[in-house]
Design a protein around this ligand. Sequence first.
Ligand SMILES: C[S@@+](CC[C@H](N)C(=O)[O-])C[C@H]1O[C@@H](n2cnc3c(N)ncnc32)[C@H](O)[C@@H]1O
Length: 430
Amino acid sequence: MRYIGNKTKLLPFIAGALDRLDLPQPTRALDAFAGTAAVGTFLKSRGATVVGCDLMTFSYVFQRAYVVAETYPQFTALRDDAGLHAARVRPDFAALVDRRAAERSDAARAAAAGARPLDELLVYLDHYLDPLTAFISHHFAMPHAPGTPVPSRPASVITALHARRVRSTAASTTLAPNAAEPAPRMYFTLDAARRIDAIRVQLHEWRATAAISDDEFYIVLAALLEAADSVANTAGIYAAYIKSWQSNALRELRLRPPSIAARPGTNNGRHARCEAHQGDVSALAPTLGHFDLLYLDPPYNTRQYSAYYHIPELIARGWFGEPPVLRGKTGLLPGAQKSQWSTRAGCGAALDQLLADTDADHVVMSYNSEGIIPEAEITRIFRAHGRRGSYRRITRTYQRYRSDRPSATRRYTSDSVREHLYCVRLKGND
Ligand SMILES: C[S@@+](CC[C@H](N)C(=O)[O-])C[C@H]1O[C@@H](n2cnc3c(N)ncnc32)[C@H](O)[C@@H]1O
């Protein structure tokens, strides 16, 4: 998923810093601001037992799918699902599944033993499940073909199970524009939104009837989050949609299977499973035990992630039970999680407290040169909690991630940013 602060491109830089530390193997690591789980996934690939934590529900989904899950799910309890069964006997089904498997690179194919049930399920959801008009279509979609009616937003929005009965015809028959409503939000084409709705509702039904396991649920939901983000009509964040259709938004929504890997070095023997957590790191970290490595990647600025990624958050949470009452032009969720790490007044104190409260040997923190905690304050905090002589700062320059275009309110002073890794060995276990 496109994500502010995603560290995928910086993994070699982080690896270089980790290689200089005297870390035990296997390393028990806390990925404290997990986001897309890119760092947790990487640490797992190096054999670490990774514990992840983030405020956001979608991050929990990614952690579960990419870090906690260790084998391709077999979807055993879905064998008798009527829809899947009907699709399997269709003449083109096997060819579509074969084609999907063939699209993997050689390396991915070798690692994907046992992936056929997942491939089959994703082919079913992509090609055979009927689109559905539900919450995402009502609140975050516009038709891209001229003349197609816009879905109205009923006061009591269609909820989970009976929403399935609103079949493909609903979009063009019952949905008259309502003048009292705010303008339709142009985040997804109606076609894409109706597929997102159908898949999310189907996942909810399967989970509610115990037809899929937790691992299975999170793996498919992660694939849906990635697929939805890739067709979202945004510049990468959901604080605004673009007022004309971008080419990515007109592509077909397609679920891609995540690669799932066991932790290396753990085949013959019992090992601790990786873990995922959702919540405030300040409250959680002290309860999670001892870590050889505490990796920190806090927000750099005052923008709250909950306001920038509210649509992935909604897809991750679902809207079942009590559908949320959305706010404003972009449809924000009520009661969004606010982080003190995104406030100038709170971020320095939060860092200080976290280093005091977490039982860890080594700390590595990613932070860039434009972050809201001044460099001098970070250095002071790290030195205060660290063993004498163990503090180090490593710096690299990289291309800026532009989430929005330069404008009157957003001026970029430079095309590049300096990314720092602050490293220290904590005093606690002297
Ligand atoms: C810079 S991003 C992390 C990016 C991540 N390393 C990646 O590669 O995708 C910061 C993350 O911190 C999370 N966050 C902010 N405040 C938090 C808090 N108090 N506790 C836990 N996570 C928090 C945000 O939701 C966001 O995902």
